[in-house]
Design a protein around this ligand. Structure first.
Ligand SMILES: Cc1cc2nc3c(=O)[nH]c(=O)nc-3n(C[C@H](O)[C@H](O)[C@H](O)COP(=O)(O)OP(=O)(O)OC[C@H]3O[C@@H](n4cnc5c(N)ncnc54)[C@H](O)[C@@H]3O)c2cc1C
Length: 465
């Protein structure tokens, strides 16, 4: 693969010599592993991949790409559905070797390098019985998740991931290291709390910690698909009545071949609830008892368990290398007709790996003003995610069509907002304003100040003025 703009080999060799990490070109061992991401629908080939080992490598990459007019992309955990972490023909910064984590128990924060996966951070913070507000799947990257907003089992108590950010270290387009926090560069800090990767390469995040674990009550429980309407009603009641310590996610899908589900159920429709109670064990056991006693479950592994085990529970369900296509909307409540349509579209799923999911969100994030950070959407009570997942390119059309038609029918219940991190590649051009709402204009100002040439454009891009 040729570099888009011809660069002399000696210049590339000189660049390579300045790096501590490897510089890979097509054909090198590790090149394909690095450029392929979670979503196999994305197949781009950077001319160069820098596997950075430290901040100095990142600075060298930014300077090299800028001076040689190369397109630059940044890969954190490689889990974004739109695949913008990987560019064609340019330089890709692969952050996956920068996974240091330091807990500071005096300030009650954790510092994490931007290549970390969620599990890296949880592993270290749980030594102290603490947790940062991160997502539901431990092999997702913290960088993309955080820069786009971030939510998980602790969001009802503490808000978006970005509501819990304390500071960020970032490399600007001119190769300088800057710190951003409420006190230092507060405009940039505001923009980074949900504005995506628009302003620079983040090298480190600092998050507030909360006492959580090391054990919680949580897990998953499933009923037959024919019980879906009752399970959705249970979810609605829990969403309206549960304390913020209890978070539930409801999903409809064909049963995976998991050991906790009987063999005769595998491949048949199920309705499942994922549950986490992050307060005391005693209170948690009391609160989940009626869920466990509800109807006739076909499998139930809600129990006292390490918080880390809950965070790992879903890792195998959405492996790297399958084909994925998502559609998503925010809802401000649980309209009975919406739940009916949710059930209906769950019954049309085309692949054994697909699911239709509602993530419960209401709580702390609704109590913060909309302009606190760009992620906004403070009227959201639940997120719909229609997750088509399949294996063969021949099945692209029917799976994509299923997701699109379910979304077409259900978007009538939307707040009009959508989650930046769930946008597919085709939506990047037309739904960014929905994701950021009224906060978009302020993001344009910040982009114009920090990246006036739009050097960082391989992202959910905000063109500078
Ligand atoms: C299986 C799965 C589960 C998920 N669960 C959740 C969940 O529970 N909660 C939730 O909120 N989201 C969830 N998501 C969505 C997730 O937040 C996004 O996919 C997110 O972008 C993943 O981050 P990443 O670092 O892995 O992404 P990548 O694909 O590596 O990066 C995405 C984009 O982020 C930017 N970026 C990455 N690193 C940097 C950096 N160092 N500096 C500047 N910009 C950077 C770039 O623009 C890049 O294109 C999930 C996704 C998947 C696939």
């Amino acid at each position: 693969m040729a570099i888009k703009k011809e660069i002399d080999q000696s210049v590339i060799d000189g660049f390579k010599a300045t790096l501590r990490g490897d510089l890979l070109t097509p054909g090198d061992p590790g090149y394909d592993d690095s450029r392929t991401i979670w979503n196999a629908m994305i197949d781009r080939k950077p001319a160069l991949i820098a596997r950075c080992l430290g901040v100095a490598d990142v600075v060298a990459c930014v300077n090299f790409a800028r001076d040689n007019e190369l397109l630059l992309s940044i890969k954190g955990g490689g889990h974004n559905i739109s695949g913008l972490a990987v560019c064609d023909g340019g330089l890709m910064i692969d952050m996956s070797l920068m996974r240091g984590v330091w807990v500071d128990h005096k300030t009650n924060t954790v510092h994490a390098q931007a290549g970390c996966l969620l599990g890296d951070v949880d592993r270290e913070t749980q030594l102290y019985g603490k947790a940062a507000v991160l997502g539901f799947v431990s092999n997702t990257g913290i960088a993309g998740l955080t820069l786009g907003g971030g939510f998980g089992y602790l969001t009802r108590r503490f808000g978006w991931t970005t509501d819990n950010l304390v500071s960020i270290e970032m490399i600007t387009a001119d190769g300088h290291i800057v710190q951003a926090s409420e006190k230092e560069n507060p405009d940039l800090f505001w923009g980074l709390r949900g504005g995506g990767g628009n302003f620079g390469v983040v090298t480190k995040f600092e998050y507030k910690l909360h006492p959580v674990g090391p054990e919680i009550v949580g897990g998953v429980i499933a009923w037959k698909g024919e019980d879906a309407a009752d399970v959705l009603e249970l979810y609605r009641t829990l969403s309206e009545q549960a304390p913020p310590e209890l978070t539930c996610v409801v999903l409809l899908r064909p049963a995976p071949p998991a050991p906790w589900l009987p063999k005769e159920i595998h491949g048949k429709p199920i309705a499942a609830l994922l549950v986490c109670y992050s307060g005391t064990i005693e209170e948690g056991e009391k609160l989940v008892a009626p869920i466990k006693a509800f109807g006739s479950p076909v499998g139930d592994i809600i129990q006292r368990r390490p918080y880390i085990a809950l965070q790992n529970l879903l890792d195998g369900t959405q492996p790297k290398g399958r084909r994925y296509y998502w559609k998503s909307e925010y809802f401000s409540g649980h309209d009975p007709l919406m739940l009916k349509k949710f059930e209906e579209h769950g019954s049309y799923i085309k692949s054994p790996h697909s699911a239709i999911i509602l993530f419960q969100l209401d709580g702390a994030l609704n109590k913060i003003p909309d302009d606190h950070s760009p992620v906004g959407n403070r009227n959201t009570k639940t997120v719909l995610n229609i997750t088509a997942s399949w294996e063969s390119p021949e099945d692209d059309q029917e799976n994509i069509e299923w997701a699109r038609s379910a979304w077409q029918d259900m978007r009538q219940f939307s707040t009009g907002g959508t989650y930046l991190n769930f946008l597919t590649e085709e939506e990047v051009g037309n739904r960014l304003q929905d994701a950021w709402g009224k906060n978009y204009d302020r993001l344009v100002e910040i982009k114009t100040k920090w990246d006036p040439e739009n050097f960082f454009r391989m992202n959910k891009n905000i063109p500078p003025r």
